[in-house]
Structures are given as structure tokens and as C-alpha cells.
Write a protein of this length. Structure first.
Length: 401
């Protein structure tokens, strides 16, 4: 159990269940957390669970399923007010009792809630083409990530969702849920409570010594895919391979490169494509340090899609012909530094950071991260720029579908 002592006015209980990501398990790991927090033996409907959380002085309970490297992580977070504020020293015990009821000895799940969650998920998938950005993201992923699990939906496919049964889900809970890496983080003013929490919380930590994998395929010849649909604009997605990963020597340089490319309002893409040429309202780049990729996304007028695409590629290639200036690099460093420092004001960030440091064996302190960023040189940026390869282009645009 990881304890974080600080002066936030709330206490967070965070439980992270981590397993090796597998295609056939994704639908279970997506639906199971929703069922676990929606009802228990004593609070067997969503309304009763919500009312109980309100009785705990407006406690907040949420869950999320995410992919990180080759890991699939189900996270659960219960946040309560500091008992000192409400003068109720039993509040921590009541919170722990709720967690025990959520996770332990479940012999059944609410069938009505299961059918409701399944129906909502099916409806979302069947209406996917009406949500152009989400549809474009999924279709782009199919082309860019190929056979990699990153191309497979986190919720499972529509076929997976339709096939899953309540019995399947209960069986997965009973056989696999506790047979994975389990980390618990308690964050808040916990000095007087931590010993009681350790003895009364029935969920036990488990270190499976999982090995993270940071990898992606080599670039292939440029793939261009155009798809028509009914809409008045075009959505552009460009996938670049950048074989620099989280613990590589050029990692901080890759962060700075992505920031200057399209990671903030002073970036080259934002200034050139949006501000100067007015080709779009939104444009951004996103560096994935698990996969070693950068993805540029933008929405443009459909009649300007080809010109906008050419201009975006020019900007992406501009770092070698037009090297970054010291001022440009210093602005990017200042932005990243501010992002890191301001994140320390958020309790949930500190909770998640503690988990990631543990699961990845990361001993880098915040101070060292800031130092590493400040050490990035113009030469480092040029090295990164030389390693970027445009790999996949996907364009969804208005026309006859």
C-alpha cells in the first residue's frame, strides 16, 4: 500500500488492477468496473448506491479502464472529505467498508444494470458513424496500428459486446479479477488513519512484477486512405513513427519537439495552419511515448482538405529545413515546466503518478524531470526531427458516402 501524506481537504482511496492487455479480455475489463461500482449486496441499485455516497458527505466514486504500454489498467477511485472537516472520525471506516463491499466476495451482479450498460454500449457503437471524430479515430487506428492491439477498441468490438453475457462477466471476476497486479494508493491527510486502513481493507496488494513493453513496428511505405461520408468538413489524421520511448535518452527532447510541433497554442502547426492561413479551427499533435508515435489531428473545410494536408506535412517537415530557434525551444520548455508544476496541485494527478511510478519502476523525481527538460538542446531537437517518419494518412471528408 502506497501512502501519500499531504494537506488536501479530501482523502482518496485508489485501487489499480493491472494485467497484460489481451484482445479477448477487453470487453470484460471495460464492463466489469461499471458493474462493480453500480451496485452491491446492500446497495443493489444505482439509486441506493448514489444515496449512500451522498450520506458519506458527497463522496465521489468513479472508475476507468485504460491501456498503458502492454498493460490494461482498471482503476477505481473513492474520494471522501477529510473527516476533520466534518467532525466524523468514522468516515474513513465507512469508506473502507464500502470498498470491501464493492470488491469482495461478489457472487452475483445486478442483471438489470448489466443489460443497461450493455445496451448503452451497443447503441454507442451502432451510432458511431454519426460521431465523425470518434469514427475517424477508430478508422485511422485500424490503418496506422495494423495488427497492434492499439488498433483494437478498448471496449471490445460491437461483436464482442453483443456476445458477452452476465455469466461470462461473473466468471471473469471470480477467476481473474484478483489474479493480477493490485496496487493501492491512499492520498490525503492520513497520518491518524493509515494503520486502521491497512488492517480493515480486505483487498490486498499483489506485485506480479509485470514487465512493460515499449515498442512499435518499423515504418512502412506511406499509406493514404480517403473515405467519404455525409458532413460539411474533412477530418485529417496523420500518423508518424518516432522510435523514442519513455525511458530513452531523447525522451524529453521528443516531448519538446511535439510541443513545438502541435502541442500548445504557440506551436508551429497552430501558428501556421490556424492563425496565419486560417485553414482550421483546431489542430494538434500528440506524442505517444509507449508506442513511439506522433499523431496530428485537424478538422478543415472539405474543399480545402488536399491543400491543408500538404501544408500540414510541410510544417511537420520544417524542423530540418528551418531549425528551431533558442527562443522557440525556451518557450516550449517553459510550457512543459508549467504543466508539470501545476499538475502537482491536483490530488488525482499525484495519486495516479504514484501508481505509474510503481508499475513502471520509475524512480525519476519531479525535480529531475524538470532538469532533464531544461537540458534539451537544439541539437537534440534536430536529432528527433531526423527520426520522424510519416507513415499513415487518413482523411474523412464530406461527400456521397
Amino acid at each position: 500500500m502506497i501512502g501519500i501524506k499531504n494537506e488536501f481537504k479530501t482523502i482518496q482511496f485508489a485501487l489499480f488492477f493491472t494485467g497484460i492487455d489481451k484482445k479477448e479480455e477487453r470487453v470484460y475489463r471495460f464492463l466489469l468496473p461499471k458493474l462493480l461500482i453500480s451496485s452491491t449486496k446492500n446497495y443493489h441499485t444505482k439509486a441506493l448506491m448514489y444515496r449512500h455516497l451522498e450520506n458519506l458527505y458527497g463522496a465521489q466514486l468513479y472508475t476507468k479502464t485504460e491501456k498503458h504500454a502492454n498493460f490494461n489498467v482498471m482503476s477505481f477511485m473513492l474520494t471522501i472529505v477529510d473527516p476533520k472537516i466534518v467532525l466524523n472520525q468514522n468516515l474513513v471506516k465507512e469508506a473502507v467498508a464500502l470498498l470491501n463491499e464493492i470488491f469482495m466476495d461478489r457472487t452475483s451482479f445486478n442483471a438489470q444494470i448489466f443489460e443497461e450498460e450493455k445496451r448503452l454500449l451497443i447503441e454507442q457503437w451502432e451510432a458511431l458513424k454519426d460521431h465523425k471524430r470518434a469514427y475517424a479515430n477508430i478508422e485511422f487506428a485500424k490503418s496506422f496500428y495494423d495488427e497492434d492491439l492499439a488498433a483494437y477498441p478498448l471496449s471490445g468490438t460491437l461483436e464482442d459486446i453483443k456476445k458477452v453475457s452476465l455469466e461470462n462477466l461473473l466468471s471473469y471476476y471470480q477467476t481473474a479479477f484478483f489474479n493480477q497486479d493490485i496496487k493501492i494508493v491512499i492520498n490525503g491527510h492520513i497520518e491518524t488513519f493509515i494503520d486502521d486502513i491497512k488492517t480493515s481493507l480486505l483487498v490486498e496488494t499483489k506485485d506480479m512484477q509485470l514487465s512493460p513493453e515499449f515498442e512499435f513496428r518499423k515504418p512502412h511505405p506511406l499509406v493514404k486512405r480517403y473515405e467519404k461520408t455525409h458532413m460539411n468538413q474533412a477530418i485529417l489524421k496523420l500518423g508518424f513513427v518516432l522510435p523514442i520511448y519513455r525511458f530513452d535518452g531523447l525522451y524529453e527532447a521528443a516531448l519538446c519537439f511535439d510541443t513545438m510541433l502541435g502541442g500548445y497554442p504557440e506551436s508551429r502547426l497552430f501558428n501556421e495552419i490556424r492563425e496565419k492561413q486560417g485553414l482550421c479551427y483546431d489542430i494538434s499533435s500528440n506524442y505517444d511515448y509507449y508506442k513511439g508515435t506522433i499523431v496530428i489531428s485537424s478538422g478543415v473545410a472539405k474543399h480545402q482538405k488536399d491543400y491543408a494536408l500538404d501544408e500540414i506535412i510541410k510544417v511537420a517537415n520544417s524542423f530540418e529545413e528551418n531549425p528551431v530557434t533558442l527562443e522557440e525551444l525556451e518557450h516550449a520548455k517553459a510550457y512543459l515546466t508549467h504543466q508539470i508544476k501545476s499538475s502537482l496541485d491536483h490530488q488525482s494527478y499525484m495519486t495516479k503518478r504514484s501508481f505509474f511510478r510503481s508499475i513502471f519502476g520509475d524512480t525519476t523525481t519531479t525535480e529531475q524531470r524538470l532538469i532533464n527538460i531544461m537540458k534539451v538542446s537544439i541539437e537534440d531537437i534536430q536529432k528527433v526531427a531526423s527520426m520522424v517518419t510519416l507513415d499513415t494518412i487518413y482523411v474523412l471528408y464530406g461527400g456521397e458516402s
